[in-house]
Design a protein around this ligand. Sequence first.
Ligand code: ZN
Length: 200
Amino acid sequence: MLKPAFAIFIACAAAAPQTAHAIHERASLLVVIANNAVSKPEGVALARQTAFELNVRLRRTQFKTVPLPETDLTNRPQQLYAAAAWGRSRNLHRRATAVLIVTPPIATRFAAGLALGVCRPRSSASYAVANIKPGDFSRSLVAAVHEVGHLLGANHLSFPGNWMHPDALNQPFADTANFQTQTKNEINRCLRTVRLTPPL
Ligand SMILES: [Zn+2]
């Protein structure tokens, strides 16, 4: 399933300096599907596609029961931070450059996402949470790629049609999102600042 965005991404990566490309490929992503947020097949597909879009390795996919507080839209960060705290308590960040925890939608119907840091590979802030909607793969993928993009150094970019749009979930480009050169440069610059070693 090659998408135009991927073709563009690969073409630019091939033209980039060899060292930057090599470092990028060594970054890894750990995806945790929490609390049956999605079916196992869809969760695996979401994890694989997220790693694919970001050109990082998918090191491990786990399916766990994560204790999350009941929440509504007004205290949304509470649930998101709780998921990240759960991951930190298990040192999941020791096993991946970035950790994405996928949880059920907020207030039973809202998709959302939050990254604990920008360019914080291999630290306790290397967690992102995506609240996704079962059966809505495109929006789930946007949430996942957008938040992991933050962890790997990407900032918001208001250019239309790109993964890092500040209001990405509400853009109509879910099936055609891409990375702008500025974002790819940010990610490569971020990953060059850290020493990436194979996950434990
Ligand atoms: Zn964002």
